[in-house]
Design a binder for this molecule. Structure first.
Ligand SMILES: [Zn+2]
Length: 687
């Protein structure tokens, strides 16, 4: 890597709408953290920036579903995500959030700058508008009857019951999910980044990039080959960074509810978080050096779903602004699968970081993911491989080597570093191996090859373990004490080198070995120290402790079983984007009851709807259900079904509906009601 004066590293901003899972970590955070820890050890000037992405429609929808403000949602997940990062040892210099005042100012300044340079074009078109809320409606905020399956609450972009992709114009009786009003068409104006025009400049810059991963370049080229299209940078939404008022006014546009599109403001989040970092360390202008000085090497770590934004669109924004450095590299990772299947937040088919950290050590996951990083192709995380990596490599190789070395010294040398004698060929090989490991790991990390770096590290530990065996100190202790002392001395030298060289991947274990060595931080704070040895014979070590205990089969089996249950829940759903993941508390808010259908009749003028009278215990209610094409009214009377009992009442075709009946729907449009499997009283709680 070119010898830049300073390095600025960013990881994709996690979206504050749910917790982190292992796929996120393997994609954008662990590789960056390994890289940054290595750069710090090499005494490079490096700053690592990240933060929560807190704008956008999914956060608003989640807030609406929970009946809270978007701020409540982002506060919850921002805290949760930040805690998980800390516990996993992902160490940012600053972790910001895009709901901050600094971010608003920075994004608006960026927008003003591009606008003043005439870098935007505006386009007006008709979109659906809620006349009561006085708001334009994103497709997700419009609901109505699905033209395919009759579901009465399909969204303007998709029916979650039958999975059909829709546009708002397809919906029967469309309404606003904010006020229930019927949307009207109204003209709206948006600002666009004219990427079509910028493409030649972008292409020239991309062609000048060296050492970018082939998978990243491949994706960029296919975007460029297809031709970039102008992208709206504003949206009509009540949540987000509003566009500068004076710009809206000058364009004759109402500024209320007009915000920066989240793809535009999110990457600016890196800049605003760097500003906040600079303020925090008491040098408010320092951010400029990291973003605007040519001697800065900017590296974005992301997953492959973010390539277009970080390799084309954000660079286009930075170019057109003009004062910023462009990324030196964007080592995007491919996806991580789980037990051979796609991770799915909606099906809860994932290893959630906060749950993992309650059960296992952070370094075990860091190691397992580092060995198996999806660097140039998708990779698979499996619990059995995780267990094998932990037990057979971390515990049996690293742990065993360190433990036997310090236990032996404790027992036969009173816990003090033995005085070495002359070195034989194998002893000299130890020093050579330490040297090779330092160089090989470093070269691999600088080339963003983290799998290979981790392999080199484990090779050194494996060599050391074999060295201990070959030297057989338990024998030489009696028949050749000088050889025994030399070999133990060299073993502590390897332990010391490991404690430095493992820091990028295994920071917590490095601390444990540092503690055994009884050494201050200053001795382990430099990569090149691994080639030296600061200890004098007689140095007193701390009492040995086991650094890795093995993970038993039962604990792994429990995790595999949990995944099987999650996975079984929704076999008919092929598109994971149709669902948002919820917590058990979210689920508890939905009150499900067994109800008995007392009467059923067709609803005049509605081919798909039936009007049902149901009893929930003593209580009688009317429910309108979109099941007329699947059931005759007569066959329903007397049946026990499950209803959502606390759904807000709604009017359908002028009839009051006080609840919703649960039905299972398959991809081919088949439908059947969900019924208790045995006889049970109406009013019974379903949970
Ligand atoms: Zn549908």
């Amino acid at each position: 890597m070119r010898n830049y004066k300073r390095i600025l590293v960013t990881s994709a901003l996690p979206y504050a709408n749910g917790p982190l899972h292992v796929g996120h970590i393997a994609g954008a955070y662990l590789p960056a953290d390994i890289f940054v820890r290595y750069c710090r050890l090499k005494k490079r000037d490096v700053v690592y920036i990240c933060g929560s992405d807190e704008n956008g429609v999914p956060i608003m929808l989640r807030a609406r579903a929970e009946g809270v403000s978007p701020q409540v949602v982002v506060d919850r997940f921002h805290k949760m995500i930040e805690e998980s990062f800390t516990k996993l040892g992902i160490h940012f210099d600053y972790y910001g959030r895009t709901s901050s005042e600094m971010h608003k100012e920075t994004s608006q300044e960026f927008f003003r700058n591009l606008n003043a340079k005439n870098q935007f074009i505006t386009k007006s078109e008709e979109q659906l508008y809620d006349p009561e809320a006085k708001l334009f409606l994103a497709d997700r905020f419009i609901f109505g009857e699905c033209p395919r399956c009759g579901y009465d609450h399909a969204y303007g972009d998709q029916c979650e019951k039958c999975g059909s992709t829709l546009s708002p114009a397809d919906l029967i009786n469309p309404r606003s999910s904010i006020t229930n009003a019927t949307p009207v068409k109204k003209e709206t104006t948006h600002w666009y980044l004219p990427l079509e025009k910028i493409q030649p400049e972008l292409e020239a810059w991309i062609n000048s990039r060296e050492n970018w991963r082939p998978n990243v370049m491949g994706q960029i080229k296919s975007w460029l080959d297809a031709g970039l299209r102008d992208r709206a940078v504003t949206r009509d939404l009540p949540w987000g960074v509003s566009i500068p008022e004076e710009i809206a006014e000058n364009a004759g546009v109402e500024s209320k509810g007009k915000v920066l599109y989240v793809w535009f403001d999110a990457p600016i989040g890196y800049i605003s978080a760097t500003k906040e970092w600079a303020q925090k360390i008491g040098d408010a202008e320092l951010w400029k050096t990291y973003w605007q000085d040519e001697e800065t090497m900017l590296v974005h770590f992301i997953g492959k779903d973010n390539i277009v934004f970080h390799c084309l669109i954000f660079p286009a924004m930075l170019m057109k602004h003009g004062n910023y450095v462009l990324p030196e590299n964007v080592p995007a990772n491919e996806f991580l699968n789980l037990e051979g299947q796609k991770l799915s937040t909606s099906r809860n088919y994932a290893v959630w970081l906060h749950e993992y950290l309650e059960k296992f050590e952070p370094d075990s996951l860091r190691y397992s993911l580092a060995c198996n990083m999806p660097e140039t192709k998708d990779a698979d995380f499996s619990w059995s491989e995780f267990q094998a990596r932990h037990n057979n490599e971390l515990a049996d190789i690293v742990g065993n080597f360190v433990n036997r070395t310090f236990t032996f010294i404790q027992k036969y040398y009173d816990g003090r570093l033995p005085q070495p004698d002359t070195f034989d060929a194998l002893d000299n090989e130890v020093l050579q191996q330490i040297k090779n490991a330092g160089e090989n790991i470093g070269t691999a990390i600088e080339a963003y090859q983290f799998k290979e770096a981790t392999r080199h590290f484990m090779d050194l530990a494996r060599f050391a373990n074999k060295y201990f065996n070959d030297k057989a100190p338990w024998k030489t202790r009696k028949d050749n004490p000088a050889v025994c002392a030399t070999s133990l001395h060299l073993c502590t030298r390897v332990a010391y080198a490991l404690a430095i060289l493992m820091q990028p991947v295994l920071p917590f274990t490095a601390k444990k070995i540092q503690n055994l060595l009884n050494l201050g931080d200053e001795h382990l704070a430099s990569w090149d120290n691994a080639q030296e040895f600061p200890l004098e014979p007689g140095h007193v070590f701390n009492q040995p402790e086991i650094i890795f205990t093995k993970i038993e089969d039962e604990r792994i089996q429990a995790e595999i079983d949990r995944l099987k249950t999650s996975n079984a829940e929704d076999k008919t759903e092929s598109d994971e984007s149709t669902f948002e993941q919820i917590t058990i508390d979210d689920f508890a808010r939905v009150q499900l009851r067994v109800a008995k259908i007392i009467n059923a009749e067709n609803l005049k003028g509605a081919k798909k709807l039936l009007k049902l009278q149901v009893a929930i215990g003593e209580e009688k209610r009317q429910v309108i259900a979109g099941i007329a094409q699947h059931y005759e009214p007569e066959e329903l009377i007397g049946k026990h079904v499950v209803v959502v009992a606390n759904l807000q009442p709604a009017k359908l075709r002028g009839e009051l509906s006080e609840g919703m009946i649960l039905a299972a729907v398959d991809k081919d449009g088949g439908l059947c009601l969900v019924a208790p499997e045995k006889k049970i009283a109406s009013g019974a709680v379903v949970r």
